[in-house]
Design a protein. Sequence first.
Length: 707
Amino acid sequence: SVLWDNAGVARFDHENCYVITGETHNSPSNMEAYGGSLTGIVGIYRDPMGTGKGSRLVLGMYGYCVGPRDYGDKLRPHLHPRRLLDGVIEGVRDGGNKSGIPTPFGQVLFDKSYMGKCLVFVTAVGIMPATIKEASSHLKRTSPGDLIIMSGGRVGKDGIHGVTASSEAYTEHTPAGHVQIGDPYTQKKMHDFLLEARDEGLISFITDNGGGGLSSSIGESGRFSNGCRVDLDRVPLKYVGLDQWEIWVSESQERMTIAVKPEHLDRFMELSTKHAVESTVIGEYNDTGYLRLDYKGKTCAFIRMDFLESDFPQWQFAAEWSPPEMRGLKEPVLSEPKRHGLLLRTMLSRPNLCARNWITRQYDHEVQGGSVVKPLVGKGRDLPSDAAVMRPLLHSDRGIAVTQALNPFYSAIDTYHMTAVTIDEAVRKALAVGGDPDHLGGVDNFCWPTIQYHPTRNPDGKYKAAQLVRANWALRDYCLAFGIPLLSGKDSMYIDGHLEGSFGERRKISGMPTLLFTVSSVVKDVGKCVTMDAKFPGDLIYVLGETRNELGASEYYQLMEEVGLHVPKVDVNLFWPVYRSLHRAIQEGLVSSAHAVTRGGLAVHLSLVAMGGETGVDVDLGDVPICEDLHNTQILYSESAGRFVVTVSPERQEAFEELFRGMKTARIGKITESRSFRLKDKGGTLIMDEDILELKECWKSPFGGLI
């Protein structure tokens, strides 16, 4: 299933499928950080639960884009970024940990553009049998005569107009009532109950009550039978005083809508009682062609189903692209730095490169016992992994690799290449741990500022629209080129906010055009997985892929307060043979460690590999594969796509190099016992000799005191 159900379904093995989806919970989290993020993660959990006949949850992931944690400038956001970040971390933590679902991967990004509205990404993965009672588990439908049952929590006023508030820019008038109130314990009981009912073949159709509440879940499911009738006064309420329309559209959490045949009702209710879950028959599906709502003996809605199916006309909008050169972007004129060691220490301590272990360690990734590649790896278990690998079925050595990429800074130059690089990065990170290039799935989560043009309120709306068009062109081009089916996705527009300034004025702040891209991959044998940390002194260091003059919108240019022009570009025809050869090398046991080179460039990621193993490195920049004459800083901090740092035992050197013969790869140095990070330039001059533990301290220090 692709994009018609609550989540995407892909083959895991001959007997099972995995289910994956992702979305955002930006507006409620921006208003009430803890509650918004809590309902975001438990809400995304319900999507795999409501996909097909229902899946068992095996992991969740997160992504946060917020303003600088130490922000102290003139704008006054509704919540300070520090308070907001603490709240969303806690919300996702409670939603996952209290639900018994591991959270093995996540990302955090800081930028002032997210002061107007933060971004909170949540992702969930489940597993389900390919067949249930000899029927395909991913297929479902409602039939005339099926009973409509609401299971789980009760309905309240919380969450009313949640989807409406999410479709607007944040202002001082945004209501707090659209934020739902979550209860992960109730949902955990419901999850276990519904799996047991599924396995007994009691469920004909299941979906969650998310955006729009019952109006959405019943309106959509009623299309299959071509009609339904609902008694709104049967719906369990948290308290009295709700109008009929509020019952119908409330987005109160922990609720599922299930179609059950009358002959299965008694057993379904018996299981519901066993698990202490409230389930109520609130209506039935029919084939009248109408959706009918009754309340206290009167009909309050009577709508043709074909009217609901007709949907709204396709929205058309104006888009005008302006190339970066026409916007005045150009490469800065910068001389070579003289203090390379200080530069590297400064880069490692930047907020978007430094350690965020204080966040990672709050999430339980070991629950359920399936964690293979952990979120933190290395000698001290303190370096972030490229991807997480989970074993959803403990009797099998088959696993799922999941990872994400987020590169909104490149949007300042061209969203086409921003999207391409983001997809490529996620692919490389999945392959670096042992993912299969022949089994990749993708989930795209777009977050975009308002694209509707208005001469005074949004004068650059046409340009933002063109950015969105170009991003989607790249999504199509590179997913086809990599062979990635898009299993699910979500778009969240209006990532804008109006914040108060020093003099009481309101200022519009628009977030950067952002794409979070998730890649999932089946790992046939988790015993062959590798991690990013250096393992053994004496191992050889290889760079796979070519380094080019591509520092546009890089972390180095940001440090220098520049944007630049030369954004990284993706060449699938050049990259793909390298990726396939790396996969083969990992499967043949030739690789000690593998790590994708991403934000920050080669110097940053070489140091991360060394910090992971607490070893030294001895590297000659003259051996790094380059496509033109580059100076040291370009080699060290270019963010060219398509690259890995790999370490290999000398005993396996010949077999490893044979796999990459004729490709843009090279041996650039070796792992040493000295714990010194030594780099020589192209002329053989030593330009850097840093203690690896001191570099590690620089990397940890910005948030090192937080727990």
